[in-house]
Design a protein around this ligand. Structure first.
Ligand code: NCD
Length: 327
């Protein structure tokens, strides 16, 4: 599970349907599902994480898997052991699924290829690689939107024809890239909004057919992607608005004049959101810089903010992925 560019509509439907079933299961007092009993999930995170790592681990536990995690700073990487040898060490301990996050694009893919070549029967799940891809986040965002538009039947069709605005630091966001594949696959029209330094014009052409490295596009007809510079022009007509964190740790040059100015131009507030129809929801993958990409009051508004709902939905989505890969 490396990249959503390879997902067909059936793949999205399968994941959403399973997630909907897992989400309906009572948690308190319920027995865990035995689906992954005797299976071992190992998380290899080379970058900080609050939500992704914890929800993968919780998802694995709810399916009765054993869970093991690795921290780079206290590992033998510091003694010169390679990433592949580190991964193979965990496979030798019995790992069935490796959940991998790395600051460099392509690491989970390279690891999956090398482990295949070494004949190791282990699944690799990409939990975020550099700027490239964050498939489980793309899927949980899709699930959250599908549930918002059609709570009874959150299928990919729930997104067809919807206008989804993604605003902010698109350039540094693997979440935006995964959302672009997922949302266009389901027939949504994505409007990207941000300053030229954080949203190059070329993003309008980001979704290509066939996707890079693939012979064909598994999706017959995709929604569109457009770039709009002014938030006030992007918002009217939106069905949902997603904002992204300014990824300062990935910015090499001075891409912004000031955080204040950024907030004035691209920050989401109640006042700004009034340009949309009443009740249009706001999403953010987290972690949020309050008062920068989004006003604190909007983040905390239970009528408009789906941010906690995204976190909740991350668990059944990751249960679905682990189930499909390891059951
Ligand atoms: C995102 C990530 O790590 O790519 N967070 C997440 O997984 N929920 C986005 C971010 O760090 O801003």
């Amino acid at each position: 599970m490396l990249d959503l560019a390879a997902f067909s509509l059936d793949d999205y439907a399968t994941v959403l349907e399973l997630a909907q079933r897992f989400r309906a299961m009572p948690v308190a007092g319920a027995r865990k599902l035995p689906a992954l009993q005797g299976r071992l999930m190992t998380s290899l995170f080379f970058e900080p994480s609050t939500r992704t790592r914890s929800s993968f681990e919780l998802a694995a536990k709810r399916l009765s898997a054993d869970v093991q995690s690795f921290s780079p700073s206290s590992s033998s990487l510091s003694k010169g052991e390679s990433l592949l040898d580190t991964a193979r060490t965990y496979v030798a301990m019995g790992a069935n699924v490796l959940v991998v996050r790395h600051q460099c694009a392509g690491v989970p893919q390279g690891l999956a290829r090398d482990l295949d070549q070494a004949g190791e029967g282990v699944a690799v799940l990409n939990a975020g690689d550099g700027l490239h891809s964050h498939p489980s986040q793309g899927l949980l965002d899709l699930f959250t939107l599908a549930r918002h538009f059609n709570p009874q039947s959150p299928t990919p069709e729930a997104l067809r024809g919807k206008r989804i605005v993604i605003v902010g630091d698109v350039l540094h966001s693997r979440v935006a890239r995964s959302n672009l594949w997922a949302l266009t696959a389901c027939g949504a029209h994505v409007v990207l909004c941000g300053p030229p330094t954080l949203l190059p014009e070329a993003f309008a052409e980001f979704v290509v057919a066939p996707p890079p490295g693939q012979a064909t596009d598994p999706v017959a007809e995709r929604g569109t992607v457009t770039v709009v510079r002014s938030l006030d022009q992007a918002l009217p007509g939106a069905d949902a608005v997603m904002t992204l964190r300014l990824q300062k740790e990935r910015m090499r040059q001075h891409l912004l004049t000031s955080l204040d100015q950024y907030h004035r131009q691209y920050g989401l507030t109640h006042q700004r959101l009034a340009l949309c129809s009443p009740g249009v929801p706001v999403l953010h993958p987290g972690p949020v810089n309050r008062g920068v990409e989004m006003a604190g009051a909007l983040l905390d508004d239970p009528n408009l903010s789906l941010v906690e709902e995204q976190v909740r939905n991350g668990i059944p989505i990751r249960m679905a992925l682990l189930y499909l890969l390891a059951a």
